[in-house]
Write a protein that binds this ligand. Structure first.
Ligand code: ATP
Ligand code: LTN
Length: 330
């Protein structure tokens, strides 16, 4: 890339409306980091195909996620924002890297095990090689840093292992990427089942686009415990600890500061405060999103420009790879 800023790549699947977990684990950090890095943010629609979807819904979810990226404040003139499927090098490199990824290492992926248990009627090979496509996303752009939530740590490790393995055989080809996983918000848990991560495809989530009243109700109904004191103890008080984590990630205060703030408070007051910070944080995003979502032409023009810029960059790494492994170039 032109200047010497470090490169960030991250993506999100259009698999439903993003949740507060996606926001605090990833999107909020993207927004902060865009000032200091050259960033590529992708709607990773090919990854979303690993679970069967209605074409119409996938199309709508993809457009909606594009609108949300912009509504969050990601600047399309400074960053490259694009649909993964619009840059063919992602799948091309993915095939090549499949030949450098081992079945044994893919077999160990927690997400693969969880998703194949959940979708036992459709354990397709895309679900299995999902991390290789993700590695291709990242390695194509000589990415320095990948901001993601905690659940993606294992996938990032595979991307690094593949890069190192490839470089060892063919000489320096890929930058070995680092992950950026924030301290607070890296793993937001469900409100009804705080033992499970909050997920877009689950039914226990606050969606970024939920109405303020809905948000407050969900927080008020969140499962707690019978101890009636607010402090951080994830093993014995998972519900309260999860909400302290959410409060900390939004306000930027440390968990200790947040615990002190609510030391004498009852659960009712605490939940109300948590609900309010979530609502205040999301309101401007929702407002902007509602303005953008009807402007399909604008969203498509951003995606087109993004895809062209991404293709230019992706082509360089892809070409280099082809040369190194001995594919004929004409
Ligand atoms: P799905 O339910 O369809 O698998 P998801 O909610 O897990 O989707 P992804 O698109 O897979 O979301 O993830 C997008 C980003 O959000 C990733 O960086 C991921 O680490 C982060 N993320 C997802 N869930 C959480 C969570 N509960 N807490 C923090 N970060 C999260
Ligand atoms: N697997 C990721 C989404 C994803 C991604 C990426 C994240 C696909 N490609 C590249 C960072 C970098 C997930 O969050 N489930």
């Amino acid at each position: 890339m032109e200047n010497n800023k470090k490169i960030i790549f991250s993506g999100m699947q259009p698999s439903g409306t993003p949740t507060l977990g996606n926001y605090l684990g990833a999107l909020k950090n993207w927004n902060i980091m865009q000032k200091d890095y050259r960033c590529l943010f992708s709607v990773v629609d090919l990854h979303a195909l690993t679970v069967r979807r209605e074409p119409k819904e996938l199309r709508q979810a993809s457009l909606s996620l594009m609108a949300l990226y912009i509504a969050l404040g990601l600047d399309p003139s400074e960053n490259i924002i694009f649909y993964q499927s619009q840059v063919p090098q992602h799948t091309q490199l993915s095939w090549i890297l499949n030949c450098y990824a081992y079945v044994g290492e893919l077999n160990r992926m927690t997400q693969y095990k969880e998703k194949s248990a959940k979708h036992s009627e459709n354990i397709n090979s895309g679900l299995f090689t999902y991390p290789v496509l993700m590695a291709s996303d990242i390695l194509l752009y000589q990415t320095d840093c990948v901001p993601v939530g905690e659940d993606q740590r294992q996938h990032l490790e595979i991307a690094r292992d593949i890069a190192i393995r490839f470089n060892n055989i063919y000489g320096e080809t890929f930058k070995v990427p680092e992950s950026y996983i924030g301290k607070a918000g890296a793993r937001v848990m469900g409100l009804q089942d705080p033992e499970k991560k909050m997920s877009k495809s689950g039914d226990d989530a606050i969606s970024i686009l939920d109405d303020p009243k809905v948000i407050m109700n969900k927080v008020k109904r969140a499962v707690t415990d019978s101890d009636a004191r607010v402090y951080y103890d994830p093993s014995n008080k998972p519900g309260i600890s999860n909400m302290l984590n959410i409060y900390s990630a939004i306000t930027g205060k440390s968990i200790e500061e947040c615990s002190e703030e609510f030391a004498g408070a009852g659960y009712g007051d605490f939940k109300k405060a948590v609900g309010e910070v979530i609502i205040n944080e999301l309101e401007p995003v929702q407002k902007k999103y509602n303005e953008l979502i009807s402007n399909k032409d604008y969203l498509n023009s951003i995606a087109k420009e993004g895809a062209e810029k991404a293709q230019n960059l992706a082509f360089r790494t892809y070409n280099k790879v082809c040369k190194k492994i001995g594919l004929i170039q004409i």
